[in-house]
Structures are given as structure tokens and as C-alpha cells.
Design a protein around this ligand. Structure first.
Ligand code: BG6
Length: 295
């Protein structure tokens, strides 16, 4: 039986164990797994796929997808009480929860999907009632807007990320632009420093960069450059597992570190946010291809 068409450019389908939405309009194709509200494919017509997904990704219920744009929420990295509670998952529980969804707009060139989930305040790892919504807009750009609405009477601290895995031909050629002058904290060595030059990957990297939320650019990808814009984020995480860590990662082929890098739009470290009762926090990410200078 054919997959049900839910609107002109949107089909609801399955990929292994996961329900997924496929979007194909006149600008681009994209796919979103409902588990995690996880955009795992985005490709403007005439361009290469922008996002990396591991060849070993099984798309299984209850396990986070290795690639695409994991939504790390309502905490980033280890839970603050993770030492006492090793059962609390790394990067929160949003990425393994199935979200509700609706098509908001479906035009010739642009499709908007809204995904959401609620917490009931009974989870000891996150005892707050919250409505969290992700708006995904697929056109010449890929735009995501994640809003956390506090429905309760207590403030809480929110750390989060759009943990984007970008695809590249060869990690050794990748350059990250517009980070010069900002401070990084190295989560591996616990050192900190200032970024002095254009950034290149030559070893395992796990950095938090505190910045101004300025646009950043990625070049040397083997296809067009990428521009990344954010709102509501003054921090980035830069990550590549390199050789040894790659051997320990779930759903990842050892050599795949050469074909991916993560630059994550975050609220973490000193850029954590407090969400007041009846308040909200919105984190936005927009990604677009740009012709490399000189082509
Ligand atoms: O394997 P996970 O839980 O998806 O995390 C992958 C990586 O995510 C990055 O954001 C973290 O900075 C790394 O420390 C971590 O290893």
C-alpha cells in the first residue's frame, strides 16, 4: 500500500521502526523522524545532502539517531545529577520521545511542520510541566525554531542543543569561519583559550565556544559552503570524535569521522537559560548553502 499523503508535499512513512515525514517541494527535500522531532535529511534541489547520517544507523525505537539534527533537550550532555543517576540519558529525553505533529503550511516552495511534546512534571529527572514545540521550515533554507514554554509555577534551568551533523567529503579540508576571537572550553583537556585562526579539525574535538550568536560559515566541504545563523544562542559546541572515540560510539562506522562534523547551536555552560513560570525560551537555527567564493 502506498504511504499516505498528508498534504501536497508531505508523506507519512516508516523507516525501519520509526514513523517519518518526507517532504518534497519545489525548493528541497527533507525527512523528519517523529521520534525526537529529528530532521535527518535536507537537500535543496541541485545540491548535495547537507546532513550526515551514519550508514550504521538502525532507526530503532528508543535509540537516538546518529546523524541529522538531534534535539538535545531539556539538558545538554550529562544531567546535572548524572553522577548519582547514571540512568538519566545523555542529552536529555527529547531525542528518544515520539513527538506530535501537524503540517502548518504547505506551499509550492515552502513547507512548515510543527512538532511538539509535553512533560507532566512527574519525571524526577525533569520535574516541570512544559510544552516544547519545534517549527521546521523547509525551503531554500532549512530553519528550525525550538520553543520551551514553562506551564508550571517554578522556574527551571534549561540547557539544550540542535546537535547538527554536517556532511563533508574529507574532514581534513573543512574550515569553520567567523569564530576568531571567541573563547573555547575544551571538554576533553578542561583547558580554555581563544580561537585565533580559522578553525580546522586535526584531532578529537569537543569544545564549547561562547560567542555572540554571530553567523558562522563552513567551507572545504566538497560541495557548496554552508552558512549557519542562530537566534537565542550565544554558544556553540564543536565536535568530531576522530579515531579512537569513533570506535566506541553507537551506530557509527569507525571511518565515518572523516565524513562528518558537528557544529551545534546550543544553550549550555554560561549560556544556560532560566525559564520563568509562564515564560518561554526560543532557540532558532537556519542553514543555507552558499556558492564558495572563486567558483
Ligand atoms: O553519543 P551522544 O550521546 O549522541 O553524544 C555525542 C557527543 O555529543 C556532543 O555534543 C558532546 O559534546 C560529546 O561529548 C558527545 O560525545
Amino acid at each position: 500500500m502506498a504511504d499516505p499523503e498528508v498534504s501536497q508535499n508531505v508523506i507519512l512513512s516508516h523507516l525501519n521502526e520509526l514513523p517519518v515525514l518526507h517532504i518534497k517541494n519545489k525548493s528541497a527535500t527533507a525527512s523528519i523522524a517523529l521520534q525526537g522531532a529529528h530532521v535527518y535529511e535536507y537537500q535543496p534541489h541541485g545540491q548535495k545532502p547537507m546532513l550526515f547520517v551514519s550508514d550504521e544507523e538502525p532507526f530503532k525505537k528508543g535509540s537516538a539517531i546518529r546523524g541529522g539534527i538531534p534535539i538535545c533537550w531539556p539538558w545538554f550532555g550529562a544531567h546535572p545529577d548524572g553522577a548519582k543517576h547514571p540512568e538519566y540519558p545523555s542529552h536529555g529525553f527529547a531525542r528518544t520521545t515520539e513527538w506530535e505533529w501537524e503540517v502548518l503550511e504547505d506551499g509550492e516552495e515552502r513547507t512548515d511542520i510543527r512538532l511538539w511534546m509535553e512533560t507532566d512534571g512527574k519525571n524526577p529527572a525533569f520535574p516541570f510541566p512544559v510544552l516544547v514545540e519545534l517549527l521546521v521550515c523547509v525551503d531554500q533554507n532549512l530553519s528550525l525554531s525550538l520553543t520551551t514554554n514553562n506551564l508550571g509555577s517554578q522556574p527551571f534551568t534549561l540547557t539544550q542543543a540542535m546537535h547538527t551533523y554536517f556532511s563533508c567529503n574529507n574532514i581534513a579540508d573543512v574550515q569553520l569561519h567567523n569564530l576568531e576571537g571567541y573563547t573555547y572550553y575544551d571538554s576533553l583537556s578542561l583547558n580554555q583559550g581563544a580561537i585565533t585562526d580559522e578553525f580546522r579539525f586535526d584531532r578529537e574535538i569537543d569544545w564549547v565556544v561562547l560567542d555572540d550568536g554571530q553567523p558562522v560559515g563552513f567551507g572545504g566541504l566538497g560541495h557548496w559552503d554552508i552558512n549557519m545563523r542562530r537566534k537565542g544562542s550565544n554558544s556553540l559546541v564543536i565536535w568530531n570524535p576522530w579515531i579512537e572515540k569513533s570506535k566506541t560510539l553507537s551506530h557509527f562506522r569507525e571511518e565515518e569521522y572523516k565524513q562528518m562534523f558537528c557544529v551545534e547551536a546550543t544553550n549550555t555552560s554560561e549560556d544556560s537559560r532560566i525559564v520563568l513560570p509562564e515564560g518561554s525560551q526560543t532557540l532558532c537555527l537556519s542553514l543555507e548553502y552558499q556558492e564558495p567564493a572563486g567558483l
